[in-house]
Design a binder for this molecule. Structure first.
Ligand code: UD1
Length: 341
């Protein structure tokens, strides 16, 4: 059985990916420092897939621990590197926290891949690297614009660090997956997103408002150049996203990649406005949502959604869930963790 290291594997996207990897027959080893996730997530992964992944708790910015880890597990064939901070606003206030964590951990991992002969890595990147694209839907060839936040910049720099490393170490291969807006939870509601404190992202804020934890959703801006004036994004079910990682890992371990560094957009291709998401949530959940329109949020782009042709054709992968599936799963999860019938 092929061993795959999943860094950040107890986190939101990591945990869903661990489930799909195990369902596909891979042996999963999770490394996480639990800075933004909980150890109980391992129980959830085990409950869904029937297998408890191997777990090691340490910080990937500690080079000695990273090297000791790879010495202990010499049979790892590929890495999926999720472990990173991702709060845009916090990254503006604490840029060095973001650069240290997101970049040093990547450097340590790439160094160890070379030293311990681990040939492939799948990197969690983001559509944030495109900024506000000039033409939509955005393809992988769109220019990388100056990042709006240290978080976004850390993703751009990470992709560059990977590419530079591949030039110097031709035995290594990498796939960067640029996520659009991952949302929803596992359909069993056994795992899902667990934001710490007040959620910054739209869907967890919606479900927490419906569950009574938040009084009101603020919709950031209604004067965008979009049909209803609210901003447009491409919301993708986290399980669809997780399945794309399985395809990417197989591509690396079976050496089906055509270039040492490949980039894929992971989205649905459908742009949806904030109000469309709110309407759909009200319909799917039967809950009336208390919301008000407020000013735009600094740093937000007006509209971004993916051209998924390359991922669909080259990976043979396509997002399958509907918006209703996504929101139903997010609501089922919120109700479960809040004990709502
Ligand atoms: C952003 C980044 C993404 C990053 C993610 C992590 C971009 C294009 N995307 O996603 O790369 O991984 O943050 O946090 O930079 N909204 C409200 N009210 C709320 C929350 C959000 O109206 O309370 C609106 C936002 O203004 C936006 C949409 O909902 O138009 C989605 O916002 P959010 O879920 O925070 O994701 P992004 O900002 O798109």
């Amino acid at each position: 059985m092929k061993q795959i290291l999943v860094t950040g594997g107890t986190g939101y996207i990591g945990s869903h990916t661990a489930v799909e990897l195990q369902n596909a027959g891979f042996e999963v080893i999770i490394v996480d420092n639990l800075s933004n996730s909980s150890i109980e997530v391992l129980d959830g992964i085990e409950e869904i897939s029937g297998i408890r992944p191997v777990f090691e708790q340490f910080d990937l910015i500690d080079k000695e621990k990273v090297d000791a880890f790879f010495g202990k597990y010499p049979n790892i064939e590929a890495i999926i590197h999720f472990a990173a901070f991702k709060a845009v606003g916090e990254s503006v206030a604490l840029p060095l926290k973001y650069y240290r964590n997101n970049l040093v951990s990547l450097v340590n991992i790439l160094d160890a891949m070379d030293q311990f002969n681990v040939p492939g890595i799948v990197f969690s990147s983001s559509c944030t690297v495109y900024g506000q694209p000039e033409s939509l839907p955005v393809t992988e060839n769109a220019p990388i614009l100056k990042a709006n936040s240290p978080y976004g910049n850390s993703k751009q720099i990470s992709e560059e660090i990977i590419q530079d490393t591949l030039v110097a170490c031709p035995k290594l291969n990498a796939i960067a997956l640029r996520y659009f807006n991952p949302v929803g939870a596992h359909p069993t509601a056994i795992i899902g997103e667990l934001p710490l404190g007040v959620p910054q992202n739209l869907v967890p804020f919606i479900t927490q408002t419906a569950a009574g934890l938040r009084n009101q959703l603020s919709i950031f801006g209604s004067d965008y150049d979009t049909p209803d004036g609210t901003a447009i994004r491409d919301y993708i079910h986290v399980v669809d996203l997780a399945k794309a990682h399985v395809v990417a890992v197989k591509r690396l371990v079976e050496s089906k990649n055509k270039k040492p560094f490949e980039v894929f957009n992971l989205g649905t291709g459908n742009g949806l406005s904030v109000l469309e998401v709110v309407d759909a949530f009200e319909r799917v959940s039967g809950q009336k949502l208390n919301y008000k329109i407020v000013d735009r949020r600094p740093g937000d782009v007006e509209k971004v959604y993916a051209d998924t042709t390359f991922a669909n054709e080259e990976l043979g992968w396509k997002a399958e869930s509907t918006l209703d599936d996504i929101l139903a799963s997010a609501w089922k999860w919120e109700k479960k963790i809040r004990g709502i019938e």
